[in-house]
Design a protein around this ligand. Sequence first.
Ligand SMILES: Cc1ncc(COP(=O)(O)O)c(C=O)c1O
Length: 431
Amino acid sequence: MTSRRQFLRRAGLASAALALPVPASGRPRPTMPAARHDAAAVVARDETYWEQVAAQYDVTDEVTNLEGGYWGMMATPVLEAFHRNTIRVNRESSYYARTRFNREARDITERVAAALGISSGEIAFSRNATEALQALISQYNRLEPGETVMYADLDYPAMQQAMDELAVRKGAEVARLVIPEPAETVEQIVEAYREALNAHPRTRFLLLTHANNKTGLIHPVREITALARSRGIDVVVDAAHSWGHIPLDIDGFGADYVGLNLHKWIGAPIGVGAMVIREAGLSGIDRAHGDPGSLDSIYSRLHTGTMNFATILTVPDALDFQESIGWENKYARIRYLRDLWVQEVRDVEGVDVLTPENDELIGAITSFRLNGGTSGDANRALVRQLVEDFGIFTVARTGVAAGDCVRVTPALYNLPPDLAKLVDALKQLVA
Ligand SMILES: Cc1ncc(COP(=O)(O)O)c(C=O)c1O
């Protein structure tokens, strides 16, 4: 049988992805299919175009990977840029790091800040979202003894733990809320927060996840932040899964503190995220570990030590790649891939899909349970069965108040047959 990669190779698409013309400006540009200018919903269904995009990824044939939520593999042009940058940094070594990196990193920071619609003084690169968010939470200094920190069951475990630790250190309380399941509307989720805040009137600091990693639900950050801020509550937004996955408007969040990733949906090399502190929020975050840097600078709030220079240098290549597809086209495509499997199984007896059909509340990630299985064992066994019996790679998720589940995350290297394969497997499993 012809594998997907063999098919693409034969079509001459994979080899096209390796051609890297070097423009006069020096930095090679990704070779991409011609830009599409139709409406995103039309582009999303143009399989000829997306086969060309998929051919830019060198994906293993060992499994059908529907676990794009862990991290976003680099497209071949980005990977090649990363190789070049690694070779360059290694060759120029400390001379590069001491004389050139800061200037180049400043330019890259400016590009990233402009793309995010914030000022370059409000963002600093971290090695991942966890590092940025843990620093924001643990260095938050406005919490007083007897006040409350709040988070939800769907927030990320490492950030929940950081909130717990902050509360213990400050003599504060922890309030945990449960996001309704199923969550069907923005109002329903906002109402859950309103009730929780009413029940905990001394709440001072709220952790809010934009796109959660357990069910894939998109949380209405703007509305919840507005509610929180009207009560004098500071909000830290976990946007680890946002940029490049769903529309991201940091200014529109209305929150002072945000952590995000570039190695998930932006497809930069592993090892790059960012901390965002809006100007008004800087005084609420202590400097890191005795850092003597300026109180007016975000850099005194994040002390990473040596980072992978080549990773940072490759961020513009990853952005070029995403921009050449077009943000709206990408959002529409990965959402289309999600719909392909969800709409086929939503009404199948025994399949419980955990995200609604509400455009405001979904992106590419969606989780499910089979036959009411909510235990960790049941869902881990299901993941094993999917990979061993059907060659489909997914991941089990825990921590949802209503029970564990299996997460499915298609990415740009997936094509409709991958989702059809999942649909087929789920129908067989519940039959
Ligand atoms: C919602 C959320 N927050 C934070 C993280 C942590 O990201 P990283 O491991 O890149 O720091 C993840 C990772 O999947 C996530 O899904």
